[in-house]
Write a protein that binds this ligand. Structure first.
Ligand SMILES: [Zn+2]
Length: 119
């Protein structure tokens, strides 16, 4: 079975090597506003990303990372560093099948202040 995160309208699909068992809810101003919960992956474990034309992006705070959202339905789908040598990616875990997030451990990241996990 393919392991896919899909936006609400289905235009954007991201295939990963495995569903996350640990996810991160960050309280920084952007993540809090988006309401996203991140699953972090190495680039090698993200099997497919959407074509650039399908998403719009937003960047802030130094603009090192682009936050992608579906152009049609607006769901935030993932973030990617602009520097190609940085291999970490964040996928919006809310876009996986509902039982994946229900089973995952949610960790709380204090991105707003200390940058460390609160649990
Ligand atoms: Zn969509």
């Amino acid at each position: 079975m393919k392991k896919i995160a899909a936006c609400h309208c289905g235009a954007v699909e991201i295939e990963v090597a495995g569903f996350p068992t640990v996810v991160t809810e960050c309280n920084c101003s952007l993540c809090r506003s988006y309401g996203v919960i991140w699953a972090y992956y190495d680039a090698d474990d993200v099997r497919s990303l959407p074509e650039a034309a399908l998403t719009a992006t937003y960047a802030w705070n130094g603009r090192h990372v682009d936050f992608h959202r579906c152009r049609a339905c607006g769901c935030v789908t993932h973030w990617m560093p602009r520097d190609a040598s940085r291999t970490r990616r964040g996928i919006n875990a809310r876009l996986f099948p509902v039982e994946v997030l229900a089973a995952a451990r949610v960790r709380h990241l204090d991105g707003a202040d200390t940058g460390t996990y609160l649990d």
